[in-house]
Design a protein around this ligand. Structure first.
Ligand code: ZN
Ligand code: ZN
Length: 341
């Protein structure tokens, strides 16, 4: 039954401590609830939102706010550490498209985009014009579709090209299979009286080598998917995020992450329920079972883990199975979530 209201859910860290606290404000147009279950050891309990199968709107309904880290001074009082939160906005986080379920796209600040599945459906034209750099995990359509519509929207309004970054094999795939004047006009080349430079510029990253992009240091690391695919390790001011888009079981990214104990947040996919393990294996995606195995490889104090890329038709089933994974700080992302990192 649809329900309208506002729910404030507090996680344990909301009480000021030396660690992170989490304040979740859910502006609910339709039903969403939050469930907590016990976790062993010292790890904090995990909460996952139950899903509503038929969310009718893709409008932003949820804001998730991470309070700034607090430090205790010698007098025992708490004060905020000086840091500027980095805003991570979920434009789309679904592994399939249905009304109310947007394809993968995430905005960091105003100008750095990760993947472009649903960007132009979720952002105003003014917001689209602020994008300066786009990180592409791989060239599957659910991650790049809006590169075409974004370029089309920006033509004639773009003074400098928007940089599209990935490793060479992904960039080559974009040039050959997308911006080839067949599937879509080659916006990496087209100019005219109203657009002096091309709208898009394809830029290559070397896997495992950090690159300064805007205010961030970005490292691409190869993961195991059916086409060349990378995860992005993003260091911003005093926060570090690892974004693992589509992947099956993989290795390099975990050995890289283990060398960075400051890793604060991990975004990672879980596409299928356990009963479809064979489909997940052949398409190189994760189920809750194989997600748990990947998180074991991380083998470090658990960062906050945000789950993405659930197939809409299996979302409730996957969430039920994720509930059974204990010992990690899991949260399933929804379109419109805003994380203050
Ligand atoms: Zn995908
Ligand atoms: Zn894919």
């Amino acid at each position: 039954m649809p329900r309208t209201g506002t729910c404030i859910a507090l996680l344990p860290g909301d009480i000021p401590t030396a660690g992170f606290g989490i304040l979740v404000i859910l502006n609910i147009r339709q039903e969403t609830e939050t469930t907590e279950f016990k976790t062993p050891g010292n790890r904090p309990p995990t909460r996952l939102p139950h899903d509503n199968k038929h969310r009718g709107s893709s409008s932003i309904q949820t804001r998730t706010i991470y309070r700034p880290r607090k430090k205790q001074n010698s007098a025992g009082a708490f004060k905020s550490a000086k840091r500027t939160p980095v805003k991570f906005r979920v434009l789309g986080c679904s592994g399939g498209q249905l009304p109310g379920y947007n394809l993968s796209s995430f905005l960091i600040g105003d100008s750095l985009l990760i993947d472009a599945g649903s960007t132009t459906a979720a952002l105003s034209l003014t917001a689209q014009q602020k994008i300066r750099d786009i990180l592409i995990t791989h060239i599957h359509l659910d991650h790049v579709m809006a590169l075409g519509t974004l370029a089309d929207n920006l033509y004639g309004k773009c003074k400098v090209p928007v940089n599209v970054w990935s490793v060479g094999r992904v960039i080559d795939g974009l040039a050959k299979s997308f911006f080839n004047d067949q599937v879509w006009p080659d916006f990496t080349r087209i100019t005219g009286p109203s657009q002096r430079s091309p709208v898009l510029r394809l830029r290559r990253l070397r896997a495992g080598r950090a690159m300064k992009i805007g205010d961030h240091s970005i490292t691409a690391i190869e993961v195991g998917h059916v086409v060349p695919t990378v995860a992005f390790f993003i260091e911003s001011k005093n926060q570090t995020l690892l974004h693992v888009g589509d992947t099956g079981p993989t290795e390099k990214v975990w050995s890289f992450a283990r060398k960075h104990p400051d890793l604060g947040s991990l975004v990672i996919e879980t596409s299928f329920p356990n009963r479809l393990q064979d489909v997940a294996d052949v398409s190189r995606h994760l189920t809750p079972r194989t997600l748990a195995q990947e998180l074991d490889k991380l083998a470090m104090q658990s960062p906050r883990i945000f789950i993405t890329h659930l197939k809409p038709e299996f979302r409730s089933e996957v969430i039920r199975e994720l509930h059974k994974l204990k010992g990690h700080r899991l949260r399933v992302l929804r379109d419109g979530d805003v994380l203050q990192l």
